[in-house]
Design a binder for this molecule. Sequence first.
Ligand SMILES: NC(=O)c1ccc[n+]([C@@H]2O[C@H](COP(=O)([O-])OP(=O)(O)OC[C@H]3O[C@@H](n4cnc5c(N)ncnc54)[C@H](OP(=O)(O)O)[C@@H]3O)[C@@H](O)[C@H]2O)c1
Length: 316
Amino acid sequence: MLTAGTGIQQGAVLAMLRELSSTLSPATAESETRKRMSQGSKFLLAGVMGWPVMHSRSPKLHNYWLQHYGLAGSYVPLEIKQDQLEQALRALPVLNFAGCNLTIPHKETALRLVDSVDPVARRIGAVNTIVVGPNGQLEGRNTDAYGFISSVSSAQPEWHAGDRPIVVLGAGGGCRAVLTALIEAGAQEIWLANRNRARADALAQEFGPPIAVCDWSKRHEALDEAGLLVNTTSLGMLGQPPLDIVLRTLPVTAIVCDIVYVPLETPLLAAARRRGNPTVDGLGMLLHQARPAFEAWFGVLPDVTPALRTMMEATL
Ligand SMILES: NC(=O)c1ccc[n+]([C@@H]2O[C@H](COP(=O)([O-])OP(=O)(O)OC[C@H]3O[C@@H](n4cnc5c(N)ncnc54)[C@H](OP(=O)(O)O)[C@@H]3O)[C@@H](O)[C@H]2O)c1
């Protein structure tokens, strides 16, 4: 095993969930949406802005919950070009939208267009959720860190971030959310490996301890004491080559997590399952990240149930 400096944070996953949850769903927005619902006269509206956007699975997910909880409303795909994002966002309060999600290419641009950005979104460097406030102000949030840690914790309740070293592969947008979540959850030692080493070095410098960078060529060697391995690269995704990693030294008790969710079982997860490692797929993160957004808009914290997973799996 490679050795790293000790981390600076201790903390339980549940405490982190509570903190992230409260950051992501401030009482003001919740009470506002509850008030809106209790008025009973308004059709609830939210959507996802992207270009392209029709590939997004968010409408299926949020419309399932709207129907499940008996709420009159709709969540719609909104095809918005890059240079029209500001206009589109400013139209949300006029159109009586509770908010929206953002997908490619808008997540980073939105940081400078909204009226306020929550600390988690600021740390991740991207906004995936907009909440319209009582006076039409726009708040930018990011629910991906919450989604990641909730997905791992609900699939593997015994896991604690601080117990054993963690290996994270990648350095892109998804990786920033995963690192944010792991550090908040009390990770003591995170080995980060990315093909482009400079990007990993920059992330380690920005996020600080407990991250240590491991060269991409040495990623296999970082596994021998790991309690969690997370793939945040796009390798293994449909149309991409599989992730090339030798799991031989990975303890069989280590959790293997892939944030890629198409296919649901990536070649990495299949290899991990065959050798007996517990696995967590990327669909869990996608489902869990939507919960605090739905709550902030509509006042109900929805559940991730087996029926919801089955419905969403059919869309992959
Ligand atoms: N489950 C969820 O809710 C969720 C959330 C976010 C993302 N995702 C998924 O996570 C994946 C990554 O998304 P992202 O937004 O983080 O992408 P991104 O910002 O474009 O980053 C892509 C990452 O993959 C690495 N990579 C790409 N091709 C590679 C190759 N041939 N060899 C080695 N490394 C390679 C890149 O390394 P370099 O820096 O060296 O280019 C980079 O670290 C996607 O499949 C996305 O769908 C899932």
